[in-house]
Design a protein around this ligand. Structure first.
Ligand code: MRU
Length: 348
């Protein structure tokens, strides 16, 4: 028991091109897309070829590098305004994960400092990727230490190497806890409608020979009641200043169920996911995606007349349901506005 290869990576830079492991094709095929422009990166983010809050921030950072390369021969006066416009296109690709605007703000500062010089801008994107991996390993150690040896845990969506620069956030905690014999079994929810749990989390865990049981989202309540699950461990797309957590749709339901059944909720996310500019979770913009994503599981025909389909991609879990928030800055137990301000005020 205990070894894991942790060799999955979703993003690769090669000169002049960002390679993205197309997550829409997994686990059936490992297809690598070659993206040569900022617009192509924005499309890959919007269409979910790359997904997961940290991964879309990193991909967008390399999108800015591609923009600087494309604009390198423009006169200085025009160059920056074209790159800025492409940064806006990248920023608008998905609304909820704040890692995207966080990474793009950092890239824009670097672009401006260096007049769009590509080598310096590439070094900044590489730094964002490297820091994400380092932070994930730090969070993994901090989160794993909270888990009692031999625990069953439940996770939602995919928060692994595919969703980040590597190792993962919530799944990074699980990987490290497995190595340390703190986790005995992982229950993974399917995660309708994109099935990130069924297609991606299960694939990552199986590659690392970590025992995993896949359940439908609607089997979570009985599983929490019957399977002695100690922790529900999830990632986040944006965390408000009061500790409210936006994450994949269904997280809120799991948080309520965990409280009902005596399991604890651990949220694992780098500080780039914290948005101290938003006071409450209710202020977080929630992405509503195409109805067809939900309906296509029911029929290839259009829905009957009068049927509408609602497809929010994220929900907000109130801070009061979070037992531990793990970032690379440390663990906050039962986060609230005061504890969040103490840890994160300096960054904003
Ligand atoms: O729509 P997705 O697949 O991008 O949603 C991903 C999630 O909700 C993850 O839980 C979150 O981004 C954290 S990933 C480390």
């Amino acid at each position: 028991m205990g070894e894991s290869s942790d060799d999955v990576r979703a993003l690769r830079w090669e000169p002049g091109c960002l390679q993205v492991l197309d997550q829409r094709d997994l686990p059936a095929r490992e297809t690598w897309l070659k993206l040569g422009s900022a617009a192509a990166v924005a499309t890959a983010i919007r269409e979910m070829a790359v997904r997961g809050a940290p991964a879309i921030g990193i991909a967008a950072a390399y999108g800015v590098v591609l923009s600087t390369l494309a604009q390198a021969n423009l006169p200085e006066s025009e160059r920056l305004s074209v790159i800025h416009a492409e940064i806006e296109t990248l920023a608008s690709s998905r609304p909820t994960a704040v890692n995207l605007s966080w990474a793009l703000r950092r890239m824009r500062r670097c672009v401006d400092r260096n007049m769009g010089e590509p080598t310096a801008v590439l070094a900044e994107a590489d730094a964002i990727l490297a820091e994400d991996l380092t932070q994930n390993r730090q969070m993994a150690d901090l989160g794993a230490a909270l888990i009692e040896p031999g625990s069953a845990v439940l996770t939602h969506c995919n928060t692994g190497s595919l969703a980040t620069g590597g190792h993962g956030t919530a799944l990074g905690v699980i990987r490290t806890a497995w190595r340390g014999r703190r986790v005995s079994r992982v229950f993974a929810t399917e995660t309708r409608p994109w099935l990130q749990g069924a297609r991606l989390t299960v694939w990552e865990l199986a590659r690392d020979a970590i025992p995993v049981t896949l359940i439908t989202d609607s089997a979570a309540a009985v599983t929490l009641r019957d399977a002695a699950i100690r922790w529900v461990i999830v990632g986040a797309d944006r965390i408000a200043a009061n500790g409210d957590v936006a994450n994949k749709i269904g997280t809120y339901a799991l948080a309520v169920l965990a409280r009902q059944h005596g399991a604890r909720l651990m949220v694992v996310a780098p500080s780039g996911t914290v948005d101290m500019a938003l006071a409450y979770g209710a202020d977080i913009p929630i992405e509503n995606r195409e109805p067809a994503e939900v309906w296509k599981a029911a029929s290839s025909m259009p829905p009957p007349a009068g049927v509408t389909v609602r497809n929010p991609a994220f929900d907000v879990t109130p801070a009061a349901l979070v037992d531990a928030l793990v970032t690379e800055r440390g663990v906050i137990e039962k986060p609230d506005a005061d504890s969040m301000a103490r840890v994160f005020a300096s960054r904003q």
